[in-house]
Design a binder for this molecule. Structure first.
Ligand SMILES: Cc1cc2nc3c(=O)[nH]c(=O)nc-3n(C[C@H](O)[C@H](O)[C@H](O)COP(=O)(O)OP(=O)(O)OC[C@H]3O[C@@H](n4cnc5c(N)ncnc54)[C@H](O)[C@@H]3O)c2cc1C
Length: 650
């Protein structure tokens, strides 16, 4: 709460690079003139009376609803979904030095950074449009699935896996707008551990931790003094990069819940740490998020909005790229075919095409362009220019859900009543952490936990979320929501950070408008089942922690039809449960793997093709040990530098 009142009480409130700031903390390096359409954000200086009044409100704990109204007022000023770059009116035959496909977590950064070189002309093509209000407001992400801002893919699970999903189908949400999935994701900021990147460096020199850390720092605009003022942490972070990263200042009830949960973890041996991206790899904390001052810090917000008037960067929206144009003889990528406003047009690249369409659409586009497994392409009548493992190596973070139920009665309902006061931050108290059950994995945790506490009587919302976001079947969803009818619950997800199983993305036809087939491949490797089981069993101890002991806590018996014939709580039961009650964290990566045996080299150039690079989450050889937005943005930053260096423009 304090942040809003402080903001409103500051002497001057200005708009810097399209964001509201009280002038006291970091701003973008290349400060732009405030565009006309953003002038509306300027808030007149409060006069003395208002200052005094606000001071009184801030110091008073008796006026939560007045505080909430003020916060809502500030939020309404902040979340105006305007100020994005205008769409450039592209013509057939237009030419640019660089054509970037996809304005997502990585692509928006590649385009913005390349256009810092004044003599480069850059075109950024995006299949979607501007992010809506539900994307800009940090708390409304749950409402965007299955709308026009989502590619709305269906992914397939193998037989005997994921029985809680009707027909073995999971929803694979992907952002379709400026900012891509950074505009639709759940905003958790995590980077993985140094070991993750050292592993990348073994197949792709230059991607070890020491080499990627400067790019994480380049993107970070840490706003949290707890981190930025701690000498043991500052060397790992930066506070003046474009992406605003902060921890919400929640209401006191949410803070109390955070404390209870983190103390429970401590009792289980999971240490409370200062932050999830600091020097310690194991431990739990309230996460940091990519939002600040009531606005989501997507890459559209952080990188595109501030440079909307840059003369050498053109952004064309609703431009769906259907093919990369490659010369048969020279193997040179010279442009792209686009479907725009109902017409097919071609635009050309003087220097390079960079594909940043994400881990599902990048392999699809490459395959449509003749780059991929020769046999598969031939079957669809596509002339294979190079035979590469495009679409293979699909990895994702799967989770096992566990529901703990606690305090009974109306007391915990307070939490639900407080949700609307958190519209400008996170709608529920959430905690996350990393742990290992194998001692040799202490440097590189095996599991991430993500926990949300929900007060009693939110059942209808839970049912809605289970059905529409996770595509859990009615029976399983109902059993989760039933647990919350009159009791608070902890919805805990245990994520397997380094799965051995691999899936694949395959073309379903040569028609670019047909969705690809996405086979997630979860639990193809039995070791993953055993590891998930170990993680789950460790987390079950949560029910025995003192808070739960005091409040009659228990593990909810969820209704997994495929396992109901087994004795609940037995080892065989939990093994069956792990395999069938599987969910996705929406982190698909790896489908255009970097490395000599992969699809791109360490400079992200597609093997065997000239003038074509890939820069997005698809290039990860192995999935990072944490949420994947930060590494995808880091890839965008590093890709832009690699290209600048190649053209002596660094
Ligand atoms: C629901 C959800 C929740 C998530 N939560 C988190 C989280 O809390 N924390 C975290 O770190 N990560 C999270 N992630 C994952 C993270 O957001 C992604 O890993 C990351 O954004 C991927 O970046 P990318 O650049 O590879 O792809 P994207 O950001 O998806 O960008 C691809 C872009 O290319 C465009 N595109 C695709 N095909 C074409 C085409 N043919 N022509 C033109 N444009 C095209 C798309 O519209 C999109 O804008 C979440 C993801 C989702 C979907």
């Amino acid at each position: 709460m304090g942040q809003w009142v402080n903001l409103m009480m500051s002497d001057t409130i200005v708009v810097e690079s399209g964001r509201i700031s009280n002038g006291s903390h970091g701003v973008l390096k290349d400060k732009e003139e405030v565009p006309k359409s953003e002038k509306m954000f300027q808030i007149p200086n409060p006069n003395v009376f208002v200052n005094n009044f606000l001071g009184f409100v801030q110091s008073s704990s008796y006026l939560p609803w007045v505080q909430w109204l003020l916060r809502l007022l500030a939020l309404s000023q902040a979340i105006s979904p305007t100020g994005w770059p205008e769409s450039y009116d592209l013509r057939d035959g237009d030419r640019f030095d660089f054509v970037v496909v996809g304005a997502g977590s990585a692509g928006a950064i590649v385009a913005a950074r390349l256009s810092e070189v004044p003599y480069f002309s850059v075109l950024l093509l995006e299949a979607g449009g501007d992010p809506p209000l539900a994307s800009v407001a940090p708390s409304l992400f749950g409402t965007l699935a299955h709308t026009k801002y989502d590619w709305d893919y269906r992914a397939q699970l193998d037989k005997n896996v994921g029985a809680v999903h009707p027909d073995g189908v999971i929803y694979m949400t992907r952002g379709k707008m400026l900012g891509g999935s950074s505009s639709i994701n759940y905003e958790v900021y995590a980077r993985g551990t140094p070991k993750d990147y050292d592993e990348w460096g073994q197949v792709a020199p230059g991607w070890e931790w020491e080499s990627v850390l400067p790019y994480f720092k380049k993107l970070e605009g840490f706003k949290d003094p707890v981190v930025t003022e701690n000498p043991d942490h500052t060397y790992l972070h930066s506070s003046d990069g474009p992406v605003a990263i902060n921890r919400p200042q929640n209401n006191s009830y949410f803070n109390e819940v955070n404390n209870i949960v983190l103390s429970s973890y401590e009792e289980m041996g999971i240490k409370r740490i200062l932050e999830l991206t600091g020097p310690e790899s194991i431990g739990a904390a309230q996460p940091h998020y990519t939002f600040a001052n009531g606005r989501r810090s997507s890459t559209a917000e952080a990188y595109l909005r501030p440079v909307r008037d840059r003369y050498n960067l053109k952004v064309t929206k609703y431009a769906r790229v259907t093919k990369v144009l490659i010369d048969d003889l020279t193997r040179l990528a010279y442009g792209v075919e686009i479907f725009l406003g109902g017409k097919k047009i071609n635009v050309f690249a003087n220097l390079e095409v960079i594909v940043s369409a994400g881990a599902i659409d990048t392999p699809k586009l490459l395959m449509l362009s003749g780059i991929g497994p020769r046999e598969e392409l031939s079957r669809l009548g596509i002339n294979a220019l190079v035979d590469l493992p495009v679409g293979k190596n699909l990895q994702d973070h799967i989770y096992t859900p566990i529901v703990f139920t606690g305090k009974k009665g109306l007391q915990s309902v307070v939490q639900n009543l407080l949700v609307p006061t958190e519209l400008d931050s996170y709608p529920v108290p959430s905690q996350s952490g990393f742990f290992s059950v194998k001692s040799y994995d202490l440097q590189r945790p095996q599991f991430q936990i993500f926990n949300i506490r929900i007060g009693a009587t939110a059942s209808p919302l839970i049912l809605f979320g289970c059905r529409t976001i996770a595509n859990f079947d009615e029976q399983f969803s109902y059993s989760i929501s039933k647990a919350n009818v009159d009791r608070e619950i902890d919805l805990t997800s245990v994520l397997l950070l380094h799965p051995r199983s691999r899936g694949e993305v395959v073309l379903s036809s040569s028609n670019p408008f047909d969705d690809p087939l996405i086979n997630m491949g979860y639990y193809r490797n039995e070791e993953d089942v055993q590891n998930s089981l170990d993680g789950l069993k460790y987390m079950l101890q949560y029910a025995n922690t003192s808070y739960y002991k005091r409040n009659g806590g228990r593990i909810a018996k969820l209704d997994v039809a495929a396992c109901n014939h087994l004795k609940w709580g037995s080892d065989v039961y939990w093994r069956c449960y792990v395999k069938n009650a599987v969910g996705t964290m929406f982190h698909p990566v790896g489908t255009c793997e970097m490395g000599p045996k992969g699809v791109v080299d360490e400079k992200l150039r597609v093997h065997g093709i000239f003038g074509l690079r890939v820069a997005d989450a698809s290039i990860m050889p192995t999935i990072s040990g944490g949420n994947t937005n930060a590494p995808a943005m880091m890839i965008g930053e590093k890709a832009a530098d690699i290209i600048k260096i190649d053209y002596n423009a660094h």
